[in-house]
Design a protein. Structure first.
Length: 341
């Protein structure tokens, strides 16, 4: 038998063998145990996170609480709330009591920049992680999640300045509580813009202490004295419901440009923009902030880092709500739906 004959016979046999190998079912490879998820779960399970807002009777604070529970409870964490109900002294007492209860972390919504500062430093010295939300203190803790108030002041003021072009150039500023970080920093942002526009005249800059009734009274007086007012920079939409009500009562809706900011809840933001009460509402999107806070807590607790040894900030990306997007499905969130999830 010639070698050529051998080659001709061998070739199809080799091909058939390959086909048989490909067609045969492969043996299942054993799975790999992800090496870090077990210790992550163990680090979080059974731990308590304490939440101290300024009060639990409005969309921001209720939304943060619901979002924290949604993100942390599936990992066996317990989220508790201590509600000072707008009392600074009650809030300080709540934080003091928590120091002895030793939660793994505290989420703090400061009423001003000073009152809780030393308490928060003490908490981290005693091993409790502190996350501050939206209104920080002078003490920089492990984490801050919140709006960049300087940016909010600049963007709201810039919108009002543009709206006043060719008009009276008279504007009013409705501040929050003077000692609160959110109010003081927003005012600085407004001042940054006004410094570039000497043609703008500020006829009123008053504090309404986050109170809608006070904001309405302040605005009513300003409009009586300045019926040709062209714009208002407000510091929180929950308060500026009163600002907008005064503008409406004066028959000036659509003539006086109202710019404000808030957490982006549907009833407090999108509906008021759609109605014309607000011309611009800069949203810092509460569900995103809650998720950011929860992520920081998960990372800190699972990392084992000493409380206070790392410090960082997560500034929230702002969403401008105007009539152009106020009807969009994804622009605003709904508190009822967030609580259900």
């Amino acid at each position: 038998m010639s070698s050529g004959f051998v080659m001709r016979i061998a070739a199809p046999l080799v091909g058939a063998g390959l086909l048989a190998f490909v067609a045969a079912p492969a043996l299942a490879q054993k799975g790999l145990d992800e090496p870090f998820q077990a210790q992550f779960k163990e680090a979080l399970a059974g731990k308590t996170v304490a939440y101290v807002p300024v009060s639990m009777n409005f969309d921001l604070t209720e939304g943060w609480f619901a979002g924290l529970k949604k993100e942390l409870e599936p990992y066996g964490m317990k989220v508790i709330v201590r509600d000072p109900n707008w009392s600074t002294s009650a809030g300080a007492q709540a934080v003091t009591t928590l120091l002895s209860e030793k939660p793994v972390a505290m989420v703090i919504h400061n009423p001003d920049v000073q009152t809780y500062a030393k308490l928060l430093q003490r908490a981290e010295n005693e091993g409790i992680y502190v996350i501050q939300i939206n209104m920080g203190s002078v003490y920089r803790s492990s984490g801050f999640v919140g709006a960049n108030w300087i940016e909010i002041g600049e963007r709201d003021a810039d919108a009002v300045v543009k709206a006043c072009a060719g008009k009276s150039n008279k504007i009013a500023i409705v501040q929050g509580a003077l000692s609160a970080a959110a109010s003081a920093y927003t005012l600085k942002g407004v001042e940054n813009v006004l410094a570039k526009h000497p043609e703008i005249k500020v006829v009123s800059s008053q504090a309404a202490d986050w109170d809608a009734a006070k904001a309405k009274a302040v605005t009513q007086t300003v409009l009586k004295q300045n019926p040709d007012l062209c714009g208002i920079v407000g510091f929180w939409d929950g308060m500026d419901i009163g600002t907008a009500a005064a503008v409406k009562e004066a028959g000036l809706t659509g003539k006086v440009f109202v710019a404000t900011s808030g957490g982006g809840e549907r009833k407090g933001a999108c509906e008021l923009v759609k109605s014309g009460a607000f011309d611009l509402d800069l949203s810092y999107d509460v569900p995103t902030q809650a998720a950011d806070m929860a992520a920081l807590i998960k990372w800190l607790v699972s990392s084992g880092a000493k409380a206070g040894s790392v410090k960082g900030s997560v500034y929230t990306t702002l969403v401008p709500i105007t009539k152009e997007n106020a009807s969009a499905e994804m622009t605003c969130w709904n508190l009822g739906e967030l609580k259900k999830n």
